[in-house]
Design a protein around this ligand. Structure first.
Ligand code: ARG
Length: 592
């Protein structure tokens, strides 16, 4: 028998309150119940009487009193009062709290209703550029995008994550030109050559990482090289076989390295598509747009005007085709929209630096104007910058670029220090210690990024992120490991979790109550595309769990039924923390 979907406590109360609004002749939609922000005063609150009074031009206290009267006899309510101008404060009975918590603990979805109807959602995130080292913007995109895709999937949506590699622009032509410069006689460069070309890549990832900055510098200094790079880009895009064969190697080598790096960060993509994937769509798409009259010539380039009357700020036209015939970043994005709309996505989310907001506004407008996006919704999920202590975008080495691998190594080293300071993982061997540190380090990186609202900038500070106290990933991991070890100790002594009983202490009651906030945190995270909401909730929950652990005897509890009940609560709390970890991409070491 599969357990039925648990209805969280707030929802149960809300169902009653809505019915009471209706019974009092008011709009039941106004009977929304919130968890009280001041748990010391009351558990739940409904502020709907004020809005109802406004609509009906009546006295809010009177209406609230009528609602309270209609709630008389509801068994799960221990107390309900009208406060101030017309707030309705509610207290659930312990019996109702226990019953709802029992259901929640038995529900693998932890009270989260499956999305109905499920939507087909594409999440465009990560977005690294081939051969160029990733920067912190790509790190944020990866962590936020990956978390959103996990949360949406858990909620029951049909989600496809696409890395959308930057693999088709001028940097590709620069690499080709740079390699040609060093070895002009190589088979890729023979004019008119059709192959077959060497199956062995002439470059390693290290070569690419060295060659790209070198070429970029050369392009700055040398107009002739710049021109050669531009021409190589155009020829690559129009399919010159030798260039394509060489470029295939760039992609294979880069993707190989990227796969490893992303796996280390617990980030996964369903699609490894890129700008190049839609190359064949570009010419027909542009031709159609010309015929439909959406394209204008301006200074030799073809543009789409996307400004609208009433725009608050100027929205410049989208450049579709440059004067040299080359496609732009926005052109590949438009063609990608066409492909995704054909792929029957209901929605396409772009988890990309907020500084690209205007770009997406232009692209979305152009796609709607030209009827490319069909019924697909599109949304830019922007994010702020990660800064170094100097307030400038963070870099790992003096002036140098950030490599994901270096970053993870740094986080692991820092976590090792924190573990030693806290006296954790002391009995572990070197290898296990390093593995625990890796898990803790990743938890630090991911949580620190996610706990800030995505649009805020934050300062990269590994020392702070890896602390075991405070609002950090390691604090959450430590809390969960502690819960696991408590359950293991109980099992060693032959104590098993049993039926949940009425809370014996306030800390226990609060922990039970807070559990029911998980589904609301998930809903709000999805609604606002804001994983910080889930992280904030998880932090509160870990704190509440630790308060419970301090205030209540578990293993040392003499009353057998109470002990079994508390073990059940620990087990349920761990299940919730583990679920959060699975959603934010954090692992839990077996011990530490
Ligand atoms: N490669 C781009 C960059 O590094 C990010 C790609 C974002 N996705 C997109 N569909 N434009 O800025």
């Amino acid at each position: 028998m599969s357990p039925t979907q648990a209805i969280a406590l707030r929802q149960r109360l809300e169902n009653h309150v809505r019915a009471a609004f209706a019974a009092a002749g008011l709009d039941p939609a106004l009977g929304a119940v919130d968890v009280s922000r001041r748990p010391e005063l009351c558990q739940f609150q409904c502020n709907g009487a004020m809005a109802a009074a406004k609509a009906a031009r009546r006295n809010p206290r009177e209406l609230a009193t009528a609602v309270v009267a209609a709630l008389a006899g509801v068994e799960m309510i221990a107390a309900v009062t009208v406060e101030g101008p017309g707030f309705i404060n509610l207290l659930a009975t312990d019996a109702a709290i226990v019953e709802a918590t029992r259901d929640l603990a038995a529900d693998p979805r932890l009270g989260v209703a499956p999305a109905s109807p499920p939507r087909r959602i594409l999440v465009d995130f990560g977005g690294p550029n081939v051969a160029k080292a990733m920067h912190v913007g790509h790190l944020r995109s990866s962590i936020i995008g990956d978390t959103l895709q996990r949360v949406l999937r858990f909620a029951g949506h049909d989600v496809v994550g696409d890395i959308h590699l930057g693999d088709w622009g001028l940097p590709m032509g620069m690499l080709i030109a740079e390699i040609e410069r060093a070895d002009p006689a190589a088979p890729w460069f023979a004019p008119g050559a059709h192959g077959p070309f060497p199956a062995q890549s002439p470059v390693t990832i290290e070569d690419l990482e060295r060659l790209y900055p070198q070429a970029a510098q050369r392009a700055k200094d040398d107009p002739a090289f710049r021109e050669a790079a531009r021409r190589a880009t155009a020829e690559l895009q129009s399919g010159r076989p030798g260039y394509r064969a060489l470029w295939d190697h760039f992609i294979a080598v880069s993707v190989g390295a990227l796969r490893g790096e992303f796996a280390r960060l617990n980030v996964a993509f369903d699609l490894w598509d890129g700008e190049s994937t839609v190359n064949d769509r570009i010419a027909p798409m542009v031709a159609r747009m010309r015929v439909a009259g959406h394209v204008e010539i301006s200074e030799g380039a073809e543009i789409v005007r996307v400004a609208r009357e009433g725009d608050q700020k100027e929205i410049p036209p989208l450049i579709l085709v440059k004067s040299d015939g080359g496609a732009m970043y926005g052109t590949t994005d438009l063609a990608t929209i066409e492909a995704r709309a054909e792929g029957r996505f209901d929605e396409s989310l772009y988890v990309v630096d907020q500084r690209q907001h205007l770009h997406f506004e232009q692209v979305f407008r152009a796609s709607r104007l030209a009827g490319i996006s069909g019924g697909m919704a599109m949304e830019h999920v922007g994010f702020g910058t990660v800064n170094g202590p100097d307030g400038k975008p963070f870099r790992t080495r003096a002036g140098g670029v950030m490599k994901l691998g270096d970053l993870i190594t740094m986080a692991t080293d820092e976590a090792l220090k924190r573990l030693a300071e806290a006296g954790l993982a002391e009995d572990a061997g070197e290898e296990e210690k390093r593995e625990v540190a890796r898990v803790v380090g990743i938890s630090a990186l991911r949580f620190a990024d996610l706990v800030n609202h995505r649009l805020s900038d934050y300062v990269f500070n590994l020392e702070r992120f890896t602390r075991f106290e405070g609002k950090t990933g390691p604090y959450l991991v430590y809390t969960a490991v502690r819960a696991r070890s408590l359950l293991d100790k109980a099992a060693e002594r032959g104590f098993a979790p049993g039926a949940l009983h009425a809370p014996g202490a306030e800390a226990e009651r609060r922990l039970m109550l807070l559990m029911h906030g998980f589904c609301d945190a998930i809903a709000a995270t999805i609604d606002k595309r804001a994983p910080n909401i889930l992280c904030e909730w998880a932090f509160l929950f870990a704190q509440e769990f630790n308060s419970f652990y301090q205030a209540c005897h578990v293993l040392s509890e003499k009353d057998e039924a109470l002990r079994a009940s508390r073990l059940r609560l620990v087990e349920a709390s761990l299940a919730i923390l583990d679920r959060v970890f699975a959603l934010v991409g954090i692992e839990r070491p077996a011990r530490m």
